[in-house]
Design a binder for this molecule. Structure first.
Ligand code: TMP
Ligand code: ASP
Length: 236
């Protein structure tokens, strides 16, 4: 598989075309942003860590019947993926109150939700990724109601699988963000699943082990990412 021209550069990844029109290569960067680009920095080795974690999680989800864009891990930072037509809707699943749920609705942080909350956001940094519902997404021409139903159903299944996976590694899966895309008439899970896109709290101590350490200058960012990588990859 030969890497060709850069298709797109995002905040945390570059995406390259390949000599196969149905495949792209995602390359994970060390750049970190928060609050939709308002805070910028780097987290050393983040790209390597997030690629390793994402490859493992996509493989695990595929083994559990979740269709994803993942094809194979190519290198430290490179992941071969199916070339998706990305749906510009971010799906967030929450098990425990944190982040914008606390700010927006006044939940006490760390409240365990009786059932998971699934939210949709418009993927648009210039608009600050606003919360939206299905009618907004359909009115904007981003997806059909059937696609949105499928994405939410997949998100709930993924949550069940990931909660089990992380609990076995002494991590509480607080919340996470997913992206989906179309491929040959199917909707597949895309993007990445990593400490950039999830909140993980240590099951015993409650310590934050994710990008919140960078967002809120809590220190120990690299160590937290590396620890998540060890727990994800070294514990079977
Ligand atoms: P939030 O509490 O800030 O809405 O974030 C919910 C989850 O989604 C959290 O795990 C971080 C993740 N997330 C992203 O991956 N990208 C984003 O742009 C935002 C806002 C959140
Ligand atoms: N992913 C968004 C950004 O990079 C928001 C966040 O993760 O806080 O700005």
């Amino acid at each position: 598989m030969n890497k060709m021209q850069l298709l797109y550069e995002g905040k945390a990844k570059k995406v390259y075309l390949t000599d196969n029109k149905d495949r792209v290569i995602q390359e994970f960067k060390d750049d970190a942003t928060a609050f939709n680009n308002k805070k910028k920095g780097t987290i050393s080795n983040k790209g390597i860590v997030n690629n390793a974690i994402s490859c493992k999680l996509f493989t695990y989800l595929a083994e559990n019947g979740v269709p994803t864009h993942f094809v194979e891990k190519l290198s430290d930072r490179g992941m071969l993926c199916k070339y998706l037509d990305i749906i510009m809707v971010e799906v967030v699943v929450r098990n425990i109150a944190a982040g914008s749920l606390v700010k927006r609705y006044g939940f006490q942080e760390a409240t365990v939700l009786e059932e998971p909350i699934v939210e949709l956001y418009l993927k648009d940094d210039d608009l600050d990724d606003p919360l939206m519902n299905e009618s907004h997404a359909v009115a904007l021409g981003l997806a059909t109601y059937d696609e949105l139903d499928f994405m939410k159903e997949q998100a709930r299944k993924i949550n069940t699988h990931l909660k089990t996976f992380f609990a076995a590694r002494k991590l509480n899966l607080v919340d996470f963000k997913l992206e989906f895309g179309r491929y040959n008439g199917e909707v597949l899970l895309g993007d990445e699943i990593s400490p950039d896109t999830c909140r993980f709290w240590d099951l015993d101590t409650g310590e934050k082990m994710d990008k919140d350490r960078f967002r809120f200058d809590l220190g120990g960012v690299e160590d937290a990412y590396t620890e998540v990588q060890h727990r994800v990859l070294d514990r079977e």
